[in-house]
Write a protein that binds this ligand. Structure first.
Ligand code: PGA
Length: 265
C-alpha cells in the first residue's frame, strides 16, 4: 500500500493501565501528565480503572488528555453483577473505551460475538473505541497469524457500517508480545498493520483502510517506540507497562509528536 497512506494523520498514544493505580495515584499521574503533553498534537488517551474515571475526567477537562475505560458490558442495564454499561461510562463523561483486549478474551472468556455486541453498543452511543486484535505465539509459528487476526476483525465488525468506522481504531497486539518484553519486529508489525487495512478494504472500500487508525501494542517502551512509530502503516501505540510511569509515557508521546507533526511521509 506504499502509495496510499493518508497524510497528516494525528498519532494516537494510548495507555492501558490495566488493574493498576489507586484513585490518588491516578490523579497524581494525570495532573503531571497534563502539563507534559499540553503542547502536543497527538491524541493522548489513558484507559484507566473504573473507580478513577469520574475524578480523572473532571481533572482532565479542557486539556488534551482523554480518559477512557478498559471495557463495558454490551447491555445497557440489568442483572449483570460486577459489570458496567457504556451508558454509565457516558454518564460520567467517558467517551472512549478499549474493546476485546486479549486479557479480557483470555481471562474473562470474552468471545468474538460479545465483542461484536459491544462495538454495536458503542456505535449506537457514538462512543469511540480501540478494538484490540492479535494472535497467539502458536498461530504465528504456524503462519496462521493473518488468519487469526482476520477472523477477529471480521467477526468484531460484522454489521458495522462504513460511516461508523470513524469512531473505531484498531490495535494490533500480538499476545506473545504483551507484558513479555518481547516486542514484535517493526517489519512484522508493519506487515500486519498493512494486512489489517487490506482486510478492512475488502469488507468496505479502499478509502476506509487508508483512513483507519491502526496502532501497535505489546512491550512498547520509550526506547523502542521510535522504530515502531516510524513504520509506514502504524498510526500510534497502545502501551501497557510503560504507561504507568509518567516519564516513560511522556517520552513516548513526545516521540510520536516529533514523527507525526507535519506529516509522517
Ligand atoms: P504491555 O501491554 O505494553 O505491557 O506489553 C500492552 C497492552 O496489553 O495493551
Amino acid at each position: 500500500m506504499k502509495e496510499k497512506v493518508a497524510k497528516n494523520k494525528k498519532a494516537i498514544i494510548a495507555g492501558n493501565w490495566k488493574m493498576n493505580k489507586t484513585n490518588k495515584e491516578a490523579l497524581q499521574f494525570i495532573a503531571t501528565f497534563i502539563q507534559g503533553v499540553k503542547n502536543l498534537q497527538s491524541e493522548v488517551i489513558l484507559f484507566i480503572p473504573y473507580v478513577s474515571l469520574k475524578d480523572s475526567v473532571d481533572l482532565s477537562k479542557r486539556t488534551n488528555v482523554k480518559i477512557g475505560a478498559q471495557n463495558f458490558h454490551f447491555e445497557s442495564f440489568g442483572s449483570y453483577t460486577g459489570e458496567i454499561s457504556a451508558e454509565m461510562l457516558k454518564d460520567v463523561g467517558v467517551n472512549w473505551s478499549l474493546v476485546g483486549h486479549s486479557e479480557r478474551r483470555l481471562y474473562c472468556g470474552e468471545t468474538n460475538e460479545d465483542i461484536n455486541k459491544k462495538i454495536k453498543k458503542a456505535v449506537s452511543l457514538n462512543m469511540k473505541i480501540i478494538l484490540c486484535v492479535g494472535e497467539f505465539l502458536e498461530q504465528r509459528e504456524s503462519n496462521k497469524e493473518k488468519e487469526a487476526v482476520m477472523l477477529q476483525l471480521k467477526s468484531a465488525l460484522d454489521g458495522i457500517n462504513k460511516e461508523n468506522l470513524d469512531n473505531i481504531s484498531i490495535a494490533y497486539e500480538p499476545i506473545w508480545a504483551i507484558g513479555t518484553g518481547k516486542i514484535a519486529s517493526p517489519d512484522q508489525v508493519n506487515k500486519m498493520c498493512e494486512f489489517i487495512r487490506m482486510c478492512i478494504n475488502s469488507v468496505y472500500d479502499a478509502e476506509v483502510g487508508i483512513n483507519l487508525k491502526v496502532l501497535y501494542g505489546g512491550s512498547v517502551n520509550s526506547k523502542n517506540c521510535k522504530d515502531i512509530l516510524t513504520m509506514k502503516d502504524i498510526d500510534g501505540v497502545l502501551v501497557g507497562g510503560a504507561s504507568l510511569k509518567t516519564y516513560d509515557f511522556l517520552c513516548i508521546a513526545k516521540e510520536a509528536d516529533k514523527i507525526f507533526v507535519g506529516g509522517k511521509i
